[in-house]
Design a protein around this ligand. Structure first.
Ligand code: ATP
Ligand code: MG
Length: 566
């Protein structure tokens, strides 16, 4: 489904963006032979929709220009990282349809080399061990308006620095007691150039290197050098790293690196009604506001996958939003549009009654059944035809019946006709109520010879409703999801983003009845439940419930557009 070319055709034709132009120019000027990009997640959480933008950009550019894209785990912060995240990230990148070049890379694979380069900087008088505490170092750093002050430890001799750095490495020093800093310029207008930290002491085991190290390189010291070691030509990151670029270049100039990558920045994806901060997503998981990182309401790639979003719809979304250098907020309706668009073209159709109301056909023989057929999809002959069983007792949705109604209501009403989708026209005669006055059954009649035909008496039905038969259906559960946040900008202006959670983001319907073709539903395979929306089978919830469970991916129409205008 996800790789259906029909869906990809929908991708919009756009003029080249600035990174495509830069790469074209670099290739034609012979600046680079072939491009190498990388996607560099830190394995400290699951990937979200913002990462999808970065993945599509980095892997997409490599593919477009015949280069390669590495998957590199930027694992310099062992306290928050784990293999669980590494595995989840690999799965998400593959699922999105991208293949990294060669083996997976880890920044931690370069710890030996980075350590050697730190020694080189010390020997060249360009790095020193500083004993200022983190608080003191902050005071010395200055502000945007005020220059910083030199650390009193800045003029230590090379030998003293080498000895102290060795002491840091060997585990003799407590965390926070000192750090290794580059000696650049405490008066630099760019604060990142004011003697930035290269190494910190952390007595923490690393998910990859175990207890080999108790000093870990900073992001700034590791990132560009890792790019250089991998031969990355275009190191693409989000705009918050723009001010780090001079430092990125300083390291490349001052170290004997094997290549000279260049950093470029683009605007990160912000989506309304959505959180794209790993820290906040982790909080939702840890505090139990959602059912794990892959809760179908989460904007994580794993959550969206479980919800039934397809790789093609996410790729198409990333294509449509484009790549620029100006920050903006994208309407989540655009993502939902891309999901609907792909599913409409590709999802097989099925009928499922979410809130069943029994219908007894008084003129249809008890025990008689007919096998009817229905197309798998209105425009896709390649999808298999479905078989439906027709019988005396059926179920329709309770929303599709009223005792009386005005003309706008084009469903079943006493004394009126409606077409059962892919089956007969029926007419309702009466309804049965329980002692509380609830309608529990409708008695109706079929109009003979109306499969695929209008009634011979000329009284046409006004509408079409879906149904399932009592004699052949599956009992299932349906989980209806809505947006997890009801505020456009959850947590804006310092408010608590948790206060913005939509209390109605999940509704569980346990007594649903679906047509038999859904018995073989595969995990994540999407369906359109006719007249209801798009749904997919959820294996984990099914095991928990002991019966098939379907997640609603998205409704057929955008209900929020209406609600927000009210
Ligand atoms: P978060 O702020 O959610 O913790 P992060 O930047 O810390 O994200 P990383 O694992 O470092 O997470 O991200 C890997 C790559 O994805 C980086 O290159 C980063 O710039 C990019 N990225 C992260 N969030 C977004 C976003 N919202 N839009 C585009 N790219 C993003
Ligand atoms: Mg980051």
């Amino acid at each position: 489904m996800s790789d259906n070319p029909v869906a990809e055709k929908n991708a919009v034709e756009k003029p080249a963006h600035f990174l495509q132009n830069i790469i074209k120019a670099d290739l034609s000027a012979g600046q680079v032979g072939a491009i190498v990009t990388r996607f560099p997640p830190e394995p400290n959480g699951y990937l979200h929709i913002g990462h999808a933008k970065s993945i599509c950009l980095n892997f997409g550019l490599a593919k477009e220009f015949g280069g390669q894209c590495n998957l590199r785990f930027d694992d310099t912060n062992p306290a928050k990282e784990s293999d669980e995240y590494v595995e989840a990230i690999k799965k998400d990148v593959s699922w999105l349809g991208f293949q990294w070049a060669g083996d997976i890379c880890f920044t931690s694979n370069y710890f030996d080399q980075l350590y050697t380069w730190a020694l080189d900087l010390i020997r060249a008088g360009k790095a020193y061990v500083c004993d200022l505490s983190p608080d003191q170092a902050r005071e010395h750093r200055g502000t945007l308006k005020e220059p910083g002050k030199n650390s009193p430890f800045r003029e230590r001799s090379v030998d003293e620095n080498l000895a102290l750095f060795e002491k840091m490495r060997s585990g003799d020093m407590p965390e926070g007691s000192c750090s290794l800093r580059a000696k650049i310029d405490m008066a630099a207008p760019n604060i990142n150039m004011r003697d930035p930290i290269l190494y910190r002491i952390k007595h923490v085991s690393h998910h990859h290197t175990g207890d080999k190290w108790c000093i870990y390189p900073s992001y700034d010291f590791a990132h560009g050098q890792s790019d250089a070691l991998e031969g990355v030509t275009h190191s693409i990151c989000t705009l918050e790293f723009e001010d780090h670029r001079p430092l990125y270049e300083w390291f490349i100039e001052n170290l004997p690196v094997p290549a000279a990558p260049k950093q470029y920045e683009f605007a990160r994806l912000n989506l309304n009604y959505t959180i794209t901060s790993k820290r906040k997503l982790l909080q939702l998981v840890e505090d139990g506001h959602v059912d794990g990182w892959d809760d179908p309401r989460m904007p994580t790639i794993s959550g969206m996958r479980r919800r039934g979003y397809t790789p093609a719809s996410l790729r198409n979304f990333c294509e449509r939003i484009g790549v620029t250098r100006s920050d903006s907020v994208v309407d989540v309706g655009m993502l939902e549009f891309c999901v609907r668009d792909d599913l409409d073209k590709n999802a097989p159709r099925a009928m499922c009654v979410l809130r069943p109301l029994k219908v007894t056909l008084t003129n249809y023989d008890e025990g008689k059944t007919q096998t009817l057929t229905a197309p798998g999809h209105p425009n896709r002959d390649d999808l298999p035809v479905r078989e439906l069983t027709f019988s005396k007792t059926l179920y329709i949705d309770c929303e599709d019946f009223r005792e009386e109604a005005n003309k706008k209501y084009k469903r079943l009403v006493i004394g009126k006709r409606v077409r059962l989708r892919n089956a007969y026209v029926i007419e309702a005669d009466e309804c049965v109520k329980d002692s509380a006055g609830n309608i529990v059954e409708v008695k109706a009649r079929i109009i003979d010879d109306t499969i695929g035909k209008d009634p011979a008496d000329g009284v046409k039905p006004k509408g079409v409703i879906h149904w399932v038969s009592d004699s052949n259906h599956i009992d299932c559960e349906v989980r209806l999801y809505d947006r997890l946040f009801q505020d456009e900008n959850p947590g804006a202006g310092g408010s608590d983003f948790l206060e913005c959670i939509n209390p109605n983001s999940l509704e569980v319907l346990t007594g649903c009845k679906a047509e038999p073709s859904l018995a073989g539903a595969q995990s994540e395979a999407p369906y359109q439940f006719e007249r209801e929306g798009y749904f997919c089978f959820d294996e984990t919830y099914s095991q928990q419930a002991g019966k098939p469970v379907f997640n609603r991916t998205i409704s057929l129409r955008d209900s929020w557009a209406k609600i927000s205008q009210q």
